[in-house]
Design a protein around this ligand. Sequence first.
Ligand SMILES: NC(=O)C1=CN([C@@H]2O[C@H](COP(=O)(O)OP(=O)(O)OC[C@H]3O[C@@H](n4cnc5c(N)ncnc54)[C@H](OP(=O)(O)O)[C@@H]3O)[C@@H](O)[C@H]2O)C=CC1
Ligand SMILES: O=C(O)CCC(=O)C(=O)O
Ligand SMILES: [Mg+2]
Length: 734
Amino acid sequence: MAEPNTPDIVYTKVDEAPELASASLLPIIRTFAAAAGVSVGTKDISLAGRIIATFPEHLTEAQRQPDDLAELGELVKTPEANVIKLPNISASVPQLVAAVKELQAQGYALPDYPESPSTDEEKAIRARYDGIKGSAVNPVLREGNSDRRAAVAVKNYAMANPHRMGEWTSDSKTRVASMSKGDFFSNEVSATLDGAAKAKIVLETADGETVLKEGVSYPAGTVVDATFMSARALDAFLADEIEKTKAEGTLFSLHMKATMMKVSDPIIFGHAVKEWLKPVFEQYGDKLKELGVNPASGMGDLLERVKGEPEIVKAIEACRDQRPPMYMVNSDKGITNLHVPSDVIIDASMPALIRDGGKGWGPDNKQHDTNCVIPDSSYAPVYDEAIAFFKANGKLNPATAGTVQNLGLMAQKAEEYGSHPTTFEIPADGTVKMVLDDGTVLHEHKVEKGDIWRSASARKAPIEDWVNLAIERQKATGFRSIFWLDETRAHDAELIKMVKPILEAKGVADKFEIMAPREATRASLETITKGENTIAITGNVLRDYLTDLFPILELATSAKMLSIVKLMNGGGLFETGAGGSAPKHVQQLMEENHLRWDSLGEFCALGESLQFLADARNNEKARVLGKAVDAATQGILDHDRSPSRKVGEPDNRDSHYWFARYWAQALADQSDDADLAAHFAPIARALAESEAAITGELAAVQGRPADLGGYYHTDADKTAAVMRPSETLNAIIG
Ligand SMILES: NC(=O)C1=CN([C@@H]2O[C@H](COP(=O)(O)OP(=O)(O)OC[C@H]3O[C@@H](n4cnc5c(N)ncnc54)[C@H](OP(=O)(O)O)[C@@H]3O)[C@@H](O)[C@H]2O)C=CC1
Ligand SMILES: O=C(O)CCC(=O)C(=O)O
Ligand SMILES: [Mg+2]
């Protein structure tokens, strides 16, 4: 049961751009909801909030905060859950360290992040920090599978107002490079457990047996995979691709997900940094170690640490002259692809490059063809095939293209995104075995020192729920429905064995196709090119990748997506958009007080959340409120009230004014609830009459730096002052 004082709707407090937007939008939502007796509470899942909640014993009573994430983790397992989840930071080590430093400077006596822990105390602190690192929030809240699609109004708007797409030409040298052996894909083995089981993972070496992990438990029917990436094969592949890039005259780029694959991918990233600077590491390895360099933290951290070592700096420059030009995260500021592990996030980076006609930004601040290095070949074929398709057929036309919706297997830490506790960088040559409690060796691999071994799993109940959701959505839409499963991949073959009987038992097998990712990519692009629609029914990683790829091609951004998590115990989790927390937007706000964040994802989620509340609690006022939200969202689209990207033009705050105005107008105009109509009529009138005053007050603040009193842990009053600068609007909202 949820706590008796749980509000009707929980709105999450997050970080960066969406949190700034909340400072303006949430007061509006609360005021409107209160009129219908709907309470909206908040829970703090921000990076700073989670750090504070983790170390109470270091803080004063006044500084302490409850563990809101843990509370939400419980709430989502109850039928009462109704949570609006905004995107939060999934922190890399450099971000975590920066957040800790900021809090320390604000007087929070937090321990430093131990970069190389040696004492037990340091190891314990490090373990607590590591629990906050990477994608630490979503896996806790996602107790259901994922349904992401563009709302009809949003898709229609994108078709009527197509965004600019880069040109694709058949002579583009852009390509995807992946390993052909020794990667996670090639080494994968998988089995479905008949009964419930406990397992341990051990490493047998010449010196004996080391237990890597004990007490892993699986319910009956769990699909359990194991695989590894060979460090030796990875290094050889990276070295080869660096040379090939140079020969081809393209930019070198690496695409991965160090935030979400928080154990394996930073290690792979570290290999790339080391390979790139190979001569430097060969010559100065010991000195670099002494300076505390960890390649997995990126070139940015490395450059900072070698600042006082002119000889090493010179060697780095000499090495750079030998290398091909690198793809830049921010060419204006000299931030390269290998600077910070969290900066290149494949789900966003590859679609943006494909949308731009296969061009990445180079160190010369110009766009060039790019070698997109995606070491593991499990999902790389999606991008490879998309690139091949656009080279052959030219760019997609967003004015006529159909849509690709997604139904993703996500619940209960499904697949690779739940593999962190069972991922290991192998300390010595030997054999890794996964041994069940009855002594059965479920999986085993011969490995070498440095290999990255991991086990992932997917539970039966989420898999069944996912297939049933697919059946529901197919029936509701009639769209071409494709399970993106590769019968030649070990894990997928196990899933197919579960999927097919369910489809057959329900008599709907003929309504679904099953295709490997490459074929499914082609089929989906062909389908939408014809103006028809399709549902991609995918595992967890492809859920993540595709719900950026297709929205970015179809709508220019994934920020506008509807993202519903139907919680398995009956509650609702409404994620806003499918993108992230947009650090660039915060930078712009701080420099010129313009916030280009588009809250359309929040508007869509709010509408869904209110309708869900209406159904779950028979709350007719919530239904009226929710319907009016949808009308307001439509109004934003119809009248082009979304934020502009440029300073001096209407921004996020203006769009919230319009949202409030259209919402109030829709409530005043409806006839389902006379009290609400009467309550909102004067508000709608006041908002309309004050248009010039409000937009004038909002415009007046732009063009100068804005002070938020922090980055990760902003000052609430300062943020409110920045985000609610219109006294006229504030007086109406109250
Ligand atoms: N569900 C979650 O909690 C998620 C969290 N993240 C986290 O977010 C952080 C940043 O991730 P990153 O990959 O840079 O991706 P972002 O989605 O934050 O940013 C990529 C670009 O997408 C555009 N964009 C995204 N959202 C909006 C919006 N609402 N309105 C307008 N434009 C938008 C912006 O383009 P432009 O600048 O051109 O306007 C932005 O620069 C990371 O810490 C990451 O882990 C990422 C994905 C999901
Ligand atoms: O949890 C994260 O770090 C990112 C999540 C994400 O990218 C997504 O769900 O689309
Ligand atoms: Mg994503």
